[in-house]
Design a binder for this molecule. Structure first.
Ligand code: ZN
Length: 196
């Protein structure tokens, strides 16, 4: 079974994005084990915001944003958290999907590649996981917090590395943020744990 064109297009843009960012190339090679997994679409309230308020792009990131927006009706959007953990407003304006990975639209055991969106004025609480992680901002901007690392405001094309079990958090202000996140090592199917 082959992937629908909308997914092939998004994967091609993701690969171009990875190739264009030195930090992403250094973080992991582009996986060579991907197969189409045929996951079913799953909608969430937040997905319409990716179209309406994605945040600013650059010339480098606008094609990737367009490809992600085209995926909205077709992707398996997830939360992974409960309202008790993060609040209902957070869940209404947060979503992610796994483009590639152990539970991705394209199956891979080499990396996990997720596309994650937060609306404006949200706080993503401190959390941690075994896998090392590279955030890359596709559109908008956010403040990235991590234990032992200075806070930084990152916009399109900028990246942030999180080490194994390093607690990290994120704050959006006036702008939403859409990110492409790479994981390597650890348990690629793990759900992050909120930190104490
Ligand atoms: Zn993380």
């Amino acid at each position: 079974m082959t992937a629908p064109p909308v997914f092939e297009a998004a994967l091609a843009e993701a690969q171009a994005w990875h190739a264009a960012l030195p930090e992403a190339r250094a973080f992991c090679p582009w996986p060579d084990d991907m197969t189409w997994a045929g996951r079913k679409p799953h909608a969430l309230p937040a997905t319409r915001h990716i179209t309406q308020t994605p945040g600013a792009t650059t010339a480098q990131s606008s094609a990737f944003l367009t490809a992600i927006q085209a995926l909205i009706p077709h992707a398996d959007w997830r939360h992974g958290y409960t309202a008790a953990q993060v609040g209902q407003d957070f869940l209404d304006r947060f979503c992610w999907c796994e483009l590639a990975g152990p539970q991705g639209h394209f199956h891979s055991n080499q990396i996990r590649l997720t596309l994650a969106y937060w609306g404006p004025n949200l706080f993503y609480p401190r959390h941690h996981h075994a896998a090392e992680e590279l955030y890359t901002v596709v559109s908008g901007e956010a403040l990235f917090h991590a234990d032992g690392t200075p806070v930084a405001t990152l916009g399109p094309g900028q990246t942030r590395l999180h080490l194994t079990q390093q607690p990290h958090a994120m704050t959006t202000q006036d702008s939403a943020v859409l990110t492409c996140v790479f994981w390597r090592g650890g348990d690629l199917a793990e759900m992050p744990s909120l930190s104490a």
